[in-house]
Design a protein around this ligand. Sequence first.
Ligand code: F6R
Length: 264
Amino acid sequence: MQVVIKADATAVAEYGAAIFIRQIMQKPDSVLGLATGSTPVALYQQLISAYKAKKISFNQVKSFNLDEYLGLAPEHPQSYRFFMQQQLFNHIDILPENTAVPEGAAADPLQACQDYEQRIVESGGIDLQLLGLGRNGHIGFNEPSSGLRSRTRIKTLTKETIADNARFFSADEYQPHLSITMGIGTILDARKVILLATGESKAVAVKAMIEGPLSASCPASALQLHQNVVVVIDEAAASHLENIAFYRHIEQENEQLLARLGKA
Ligand code: F6R
């Protein structure tokens, strides 16, 4: 696990966006795994700017989102499909048919989960997966106790996650308690994973993910099993880490090595 500690949330977004921009430049038909929530918004803004500056095009890119609320139709303002349209898809040249978000309002949601897995396989698999981190260590909507090899399925949200996401819903609005989410096994199949976490409220989960034991109690700790994962966090999210000096040292060594190899 590569741990990159940046000064603040803006620097985290810039670092993450640079990885996405490089990926799309190197492979214009990349398959991207995308996330919703507050954390990736600044990264999406950077991608929109890069597209507008004609640095990258998304016209061959395919995308798969991590999750969706069960029961919300795509046009519902709190649906993750709606979020993606507003935050990214409406501002870039990605083809609508190349963007996939789990079908929250599917007539047969169990079948929709299987179809989603199949569609990922048919696309050739995810090249680069973006993740945020729940305060309880969830990735996607894989809440604590999720199977570490789980696939796309219906998941019950914890009270904590429902409370955390209540900020997006108005008081009289129905907030779903169930979701469709890629499984941890689905996420681990991505060729490269980048997880962003910022702010003090994520510090406990960040520590459990990086330094805790591999455990279903912290679903993000399953990333310890992945061979190509970058965790990009700000100082506040890093504040509970015990080996912080070592992670910084590794980053310096990496930079020096890349400079020596002419790849900086
Ligand atoms: C969203 C998702 C969630 C969020 C996590 C953090 O698609 O899968 O795991 O990444 O809940 O959310 P924020 O970024 O709002 O703190």
